[in-house]
Design a protein around this ligand. Structure first.
Ligand code: THU
Length: 131
């Protein structure tokens, strides 16, 4: 597991993945880059639907994609929204991320062409898990 990683490179991967966003309804494109413990990076974007509630957030798409590739151990995720927006993960995505990585390092774009870095435990304290 990489203890250190290039935060700028992970955010750059998220920003690049954002280009693939399918977001014709909100026009709010999001990209994500999930760093796996094996050092690989799984990228994703939000995928919207005409039935709005069926929209998939970029973070959830990243987790589903990684797990479907046999990867379940994650070190960090970078999330990139529109350049002027602060884009932390939504509440539902925090729980999705917590399923596999309760202490995940989360990087999110902060609207100043830079990013914030925070632990998922800070974003989602008292994480739900079944007994
Ligand atoms: N979105 C994400 O992809 N991730 C989040 O954490 C917040 C919201 C997407 C969903 C929708 O396609 C668009 O952003 C506007 O809500």
């Amino acid at each position: 597991m990489p203890n250190t990683f290039d935060e700028g490179a992970l955010m750059a991967a998220a920003r690049a993945a954002r280009e693939h966003s399918y977001s014709p309804y909100s026009a709010f494109a999001v990209g994500a880059a999930l760093l796996c413990e094996d050092g690989s990076i799984v990228t994703s974007c939000n995928v919207e639907n005409a039935s709005y509630r069926l929209t998939n957030c970029a973070e959830a798409v990243a987790v589903a994609s990684a797990v479907s590739q046999g990867k379940r151990r994650f070190s960090a995720i970078a999330i990139a929204g529109p350049p002027e927006s602060v884009t932390p993960p939504c509440g539902a995505c925090r729980q999705v991320l917590a399923e596999f990585a309760p202490s995940l390092t989360v990087l999110y774009s902060n609207g100043k062409e830079s990013h914030a870095t925070v632990s998922l435990e800070t974003l989602l304290p008292a994480q739900f898990e079944l007994p």
